[in-house]
Structures are given as C-alpha cells and as structure tokens.
Design a protein around this ligand. Sequence first.
Ligand SMILES: *[C@@H]1O[C@H](CO)[C@@H](O)[C@H](O)[C@H]1NC(C)=O
Ligand SMILES: *[C@@H]1O[C@H](CO)[C@@H](O)[C@H](O)[C@H]1NC(C)=O
Ligand SMILES: *[C@@H]1O[C@H](CO)[C@@H](O)[C@H](O)[C@H]1NC(C)=O
Ligand SMILES: *[C@@H]1O[C@H](CO)[C@@H](O)[C@H](O)[C@H]1NC(C)=O
Length: 893
Amino acid sequence: MEERTLLTLMVFSSLIVLAETIALKHGIEIYKLHVDSRVTSRFAHTLITSKIVNRANESREVTFEVELPKTAFITNFSMSIDGKAYPGIIKEKASAQKEYDTAVAQGQGAGLVRITGRKLEQFHISISIAAASKVTFELTYEELLKRQLGKFELLIKLQPKQLVTHFQIDVHIFEPQGICCLETDSTFMTNELTKALTKVQSETKAHILFKPTADQQRINPELNENLLNGDFVVRYDVKRGATAGDMQIVNGYFVHYFAPHEMPALPKNVIFVIDRSGSMAGRKIEQTRDALLKILRDLRLKDRFSFITFNSKVVEWKSSLLQATSENVASAAGFVQTISASGGTDINRALLAAVSLLDKSEGLPEKSVSMIILLTDGQPTSGESNVEVIQENIQKAVDGKYALFCLGLGFDVSYKFLEKMALSNGGLARRIYENADADLQLQGFYQEVATPILMKIEMHYPENAVEGLTKNNFKLFFEGSEIIVSGKISNELDILPVEIKAQSHAGGLTLREETNVKEKERVFQNQSYIFENFTERLWAYLTIQQLLEKSISAQEEDQKTLEAKALELSLRYSFVTPLTSMVVTKPGDQQQMELANKPTEADNEKSSSFAAGDAYRQRVGSAPGKCFSFDFIQNHFHIALLKRLLSHYSSWLISQLRGKSAIKLSMLISSISVGRVRSKTRAQLLANEYPQLLLQLPKQNDIICLRIDGQAQPSVHLLSDPEQGLTVRGKLGERTNHFVQLEINYANPPVQIHVSTNGVVLGHSNRSVQLPWTKSATSTVQGLSVSVEKERSFTASLSGMVTVRISLIKIPDAFLGLDFLHPDRFSDKVSGALGQFYSKAQFENNSNMNQRADERLLRVSGAEHKVARQYKKDYRLESTSDPVSCWSIDLTP
Ligand SMILES: *[C@@H]1O[C@H](CO)[C@@H](O)[C@H](O)[C@H]1NC(C)=O
Ligand SMILES: *[C@@H]1O[C@H](CO)[C@@H](O)[C@H](O)[C@H]1NC(C)=O
Ligand SMILES: *[C@@H]1O[C@H](CO)[C@@H](O)[C@H](O)[C@H]1NC(C)=O
Ligand SMILES: *[C@@H]1O[C@H](CO)[C@@H](O)[C@H](O)[C@H]1NC(C)=O
C-alpha cells in the first residue's frame, strides 16, 4: 500500500505549479493519447482515448483526467482493463445519487466532474490496476460551438504530465457554408512543436493534425517533462450570404443558422448599475473603473447612457440618459474615476432606480435597444434582501421592456439569483473571475452586447409540418453572435419555407427563403468522417439546454414539467446533464459508482464540490484566502523536489495547521530521504525572478526574456522603427540592474514620453503634461492615445501601430518592464537592442550538435546567442500568477 497523507493547506498558487509539474507516476506509462474532434456545422463531437500501462511490478493507481468545456455534455465513457470493458451508463441523477453517494464519499477513485476555471470542468477517475496491466480510457463529449465576437472556438485542454509516445490531436471540420478565417492557437507552442502541426483546408472542410513526437514534447532532456500543458484552440468562422441564413437537414431534423452581417447597429440606451459596496474595495473597484473607462470609449455617438452606483445608498449620476457625445463621455469618465467602495449592497433599489430612469427618459429613439448592465460582487445585504422578492420586483418593473444583464464578480455572489433575474428579463448572466484580467473580462462581455443589430426576431416555420421546434423568438441579436433554431420536419416535405421578421435600424425587416429538403440532405450523404445524425443530436442538445435555462426562471410546477422533458431527452440521447449521472461498475468489488455528473455555474460556489474524493484538488485564482487541498502520494512525488518545497515552507505550513495534521506533516517531512537529487535543472528552470523585458516574437510565436547589461551606459538604444516613427531608449538603475527610465519618441505626431518609476511626462510642442502613477488617466494627443493604469502600467498607442506598454513593478525594487502589443506591425527596418529581435532573430535548427532541448542558438544581426528555456515571473501579471516559459538571453549592447 502506498502511504498517503491528505493535507488541506493554505498555500500560494505558485506552489501548486511546482506540485503539479512534479507529479510523476513511477512505472505508469501513458503510451497513447488521442484527441479526435469532428465538427459538423458547429456541432463538435470529441473522443479522447488514453492507453496506459503499469510497468511496475506491483499494482498501481492510474488516473485519467480530462478537462472539457463547460458547455459540453459527456455522452459516453468506457474503460477497458486487459481487454475487459467497463462501460459507463447514464442514469437519472436522483436515483444514481442515492445508490452511489457512499462509494464516492469514501473516496473510491472517482471524482465527479467539477468546474476548474472559466471555460472548463474536469472529469477524473483513478483506479488501481495490477502489475503489467493495460487500461484504455475513452471519453466522448459533444457541444454546440457558440459564435462569439465573430468566431467559433474549439478548445482542447492538455496536460499529460509525461511524455506520450503516441500523441495526437486530430480535428476535422465540415461546414457546408464554407470555412473562413481558420486559425490555431496554443499556450505552449514552440518552434519545434510547430513542425508537428499541419493544417489542410478546402472550401468546406478543414483538417488539423497536431502530432508531436515524444522528443518534440520534451521540455528538458533530464526531466522528461512534457511541454504540452495548456490550451490548444481552433478558431474559425463560416462564410455567409446576405440571405435568411443557412439551413441544414439530415434524416428529417433541420438546423437553421441565422447571423446577418454588415447591418448598421441599433442605438442603445444603457444603464450601468455598479456595486460600490465595501467588498468591492481595492483591486475590484479599480478594475471596474478601468473597464468602465474603456467601455465609455467604445460607446457610439447615437448611444445613450448613464450610471447608477450603489451600496446601501443608490446614487444616480444623472437624472436622465445622456447621449454619448465626447463631452458627456469625458464627464462620465471623470465620474467613474471618483467611484469608491464602502457600505452594504442594496441590489433591489439600484435596479428599480435603473428601470425607472429608463421609464421616465424622454426622447429615446424609437428604434433603439434599452438595457441594464448590473455588476455586483455580493449578495443583497441592505434594503430588500430576500432574493425572491427582489426577482419579483424587478421582473414586474422591467415588464419585458428592457434587457437585464447580470455580471457576478468573484465567488461571493449568488450566481443562481443573478442568473434567474437576468434570464427572466431577456438578458443573461456571466461570472467574472476575480483575476488580473477582470477588467478585460468585463470589457469583453460588453463587446459581446455592444452592437445590437436586430430586435424582436421571430423565426417562422410551417406549423403543421414542423415539431419539437427549439426557441424561435429572440429579443435581441448582437453582431458577432448567431441564432440557431432546430426542429423535426414531421411530414414528407419537399420544400421547407422560412420567414424571419425582425426590427432593424431601418424599421421592420422580413426575410423569406425556401429550402429544398432533398437537396440539403444530399450535402451530408457521403461525408464519411462526419458522425451520424448530427442534426438530431444537435436538436436534442439545444432543446435540453433551453429547457434547463427556461426552468431556472419558471414557476415551481412548470419547472417539474420542463425538467422531466429535459431528463427524458438526456437519457434518450445519453447526455450527462445536470439531471443525469454516469455510473460505472468498478473492477474488483463489482460495485457501481457514480462517475460523472454535470455541475452548473452556481455549483461553483459550493466549497463542498471540491472537498471530497481522493484526487488532489485545488481551486485556483478565486476567492481571498485561496484554499487548496492535495493528496501527497509519497511514491509518486519527486522526493528531492518535495523536500525542497517543504523545507522552504515547512515551518510556515506547520504554523498554519493544528493538532494531528501538523504532526503528520512534520513526520512526513522528516521521513523524506534525499536520494536521486536532481533539483539543479529545476532550480534553473524556476528562476523565480523578473526578467527585465519580455518580448513576444510574432514570427517565432514564442517569448524571449531579456537581461541587458548596460550598466556602464548612460542610456541604451532599445528600439527604432523608422516606419512606425518610434524610438525607445532606456536607462538601468544603479543597483537594480533593471530599467528605471524609459524614453519613447514618436515622430508623428511629434511626442516625447519620459517614463520613470515616479511617473510619466508627456512632451508635445513645447508643452508638457505630468501623469503620476497614483491615478488612472487617459489622454489623446493628435491621435496618439496614452493611458495610465494606476500604479500598474502605461500604454501609448496609435491606430494601426504597435502599442508600447510599460509596467511598473514595485518588488523587489521599483523598476519598469517594457513590452509591445501587436509586434507583428513592426516593419523590417526595426533595429536596436530589442528591435533586432523583431526583424532579424532566427533560431538555429542544429540537430547534429548534440544540443539540449532546453537550449537553442539564436542568431540575431550576425551574432549568436545561446538561449535557455526558463520560467520567469511575468511582471505584467499578478505576482501569484504562473511563471511564463521563455527563452532567456543576456545581452551586452
Ligand atoms: C520489484 O519487486 C521487488 C520486490 O518484490 C523489489 O525489490 C524491486 O525493486 C521491484 N522492482 C521494481 C522495478 O520496482
Ligand atoms: C461508447 O463507447 C464504447 C467504447 O468505445 C462503444 O463500444 C459504445 O458503442 C459507445 N456507446 C455509444 C452509445 O456510442
Ligand atoms: C454518394 O456515393 C454514392 C456511392 O458511392 C454515389 O452513387 C453518389 O452519387 C454519391 N452522392 C453524392 C452526393 O456525391
Ligand atoms: C439516424 O436516424 C435514422 C432515422 O431517424 C435512424 O434510422 C438511425 O438509426 C439513426 N442512426 C443513429 C446512429 O442513431
């Protein structure tokens, strides 16, 4: 038996990075890992196959872990141990839970699916297999890719944690409308890995194959660690004609896709209702302010807007909506800067105030969209605090006239409450994760709803010939999204007519089209690699999603009917939904155990969902006082590293624990013997300091981190690009060996920018403007927009040009980081100590020199530099973020 010690620890997330990457399983080899995705008209069917062998001479625990998109339903699972199959069976949830709760609670190897991040949830199973045994895991899930900001995205998360001999991701896409703008993206791609990626595309089909060899996966020849750790993303859009959308039919089930484009936006009347209660203090309110400032800039002249901020008191910025003229936007920006946080949370009064502001606003354009965007990070604590009463009040007040969007910031909100309120008022809810990029998430959400182009959309099909129609009335259509309606053609219909009615900026809009059913069915006939009956499964998927969504805002008795229908379909089409679970008969004792369920976003708040089971579990990057628990399986840990980790933190860890756990931990630490020490490389890899500069090289699709030894020089010429009219020089601090001053010169408009750790000075036609770090501010000089994010960063950007970003870092000593956004915009003439990397850098592919995989030769302007793969802290992110993997280089200009 392996000795296990379960510890629940309060630790920093940087520790987790270490712990995860060293979870080596001795004797357990994953020799095959295939991800096979087939996407037919946005409906994606993904099969993950993993073959594992126990090469140890005793039985060992093997683990199969998959992170899948939250929007997907698991449809099948099976494991086969030495040829004997153990299929997963989908059952109604209630009964499954009664029977199998105990098995799970006792930690017998299956972790139920749980949410692990913004987009993903994790499926997990651990089983013990005998020496020399082989096991094959197969997991299938299906999802309808949702068009957001003009793109469909297929996300595949990888983390094999060891080298895999037969590894591949195989994606086939078939879009009868035609594929456009296909791209792949990943968080781990290196030059070497790019060679393992092939993309073949025709008018309607695409095939993407990523098949790195074990050597290409290797991060380092000594550690056998796998580089593949992160997201692999395929994005595309489809081509569209200016018609009433596209119809697809297979075996009597039709799917109708409608996404009009190139239509003018409808003006919108938007009220931002912003929580400024005490819990928003600090980072959250700062990020909210930043996001609002950026959102303000994106308002269109025809839009009208106002702000309501609330704690226990509700403050209206203006008593009516203002048009988004530049004066009004500037005045609003001034107001936004003053929002500060304290007090309670009166959501009820704030929303009622927003509704009444819209109600009494006069002169709103007739063809315009009115919406309320609520941002809150907590529960209603002051004024009306009964959530049901609030929901009722708001629904009565809104009365179908406006759309309400609810954004919940962090995990202290009641997502269920926000979701129900949004869905019953024609909008939707979204959780904003409380991370370094919360402002970007807010902005991103706003962008999704920023451009309404149609209202009151009705999609009509012949009533007597179509049954099981999914939702066909939509309040709003936003640019970049897509409306999907599906149903079953009940009769022998030759022609399926469609009529779409909607309100556009120009008034009423009617689109009609007729589809020849037989002709459409022929499109899919000989597509051998497309999975069968996809329109029927898509119909079932969409129907279940919509029934579940409807049941959230329905009355209790309706809820039961809706859920019963959703359950029936989940079982018929074998989808693991919130109403079903998957069970499997365990090898060994032949007992059944619950294997998979479907958590909802609201379940994300219950800490219990990750406290049970015997998997190592963690919850990263959320609520304050981050709580992680993990399983220390002594055999499975790299002893030397564990010792290193514990010797650094042991006294602190022990001080955080009480009683038995502390004793256990001390025993564990003293029982660890130092053998097989191999921590040197790891120590090098994890050099935990900030680099001076981080450069994202667009051509190489890689990052280099630079140290420049320019102590002796008064100022180092970092970059000039004559075509961008941009020059950057920098000065190193006396003792810090980091930059403390940077000079940016623009030729057109002629602007000089002096950035130091004290602040920013803008020089323009003999005038100068001071921007201190203590305040967020934005300003525009002849098209050059500059902005200071308080105590954090400075950016300068000109339309179509590279954006210069300078980060202020205060640890250990104050210094400035520098990087460039859109570096692909640099011209070939870019030069300077940094500039040369954007034009002339080339990695040597010299395989005959016995080179280590974590070292390369980088040739720049005739000079050769030996660069090493290292992990560095990314100064652009929170100090607790994961380090970035980059090629590290020292330069003497
Ligand atoms: C195999 O088992 C024996 C004891 O039964 C042990 O001494 C030996 O180290 C094991 N070998 C491996 C490779 O684990
Ligand atoms: C589930 O997967 C197993 C193993 O691949 C397969 O035999 C079975 O047919 C699948 N079931 C369904 C419903 O697709
Ligand atoms: C599909 O394949 C069959 C037999 O291979 C062929 O007769 C038929 O013409 C094909 N149909 C289409 C639409 O290509
Ligand atoms: C596909 O649909 C047809 C017609 O409804 C049915 O006969 C067939 O069994 C279905 N195939 C699968 C794999 O479900």
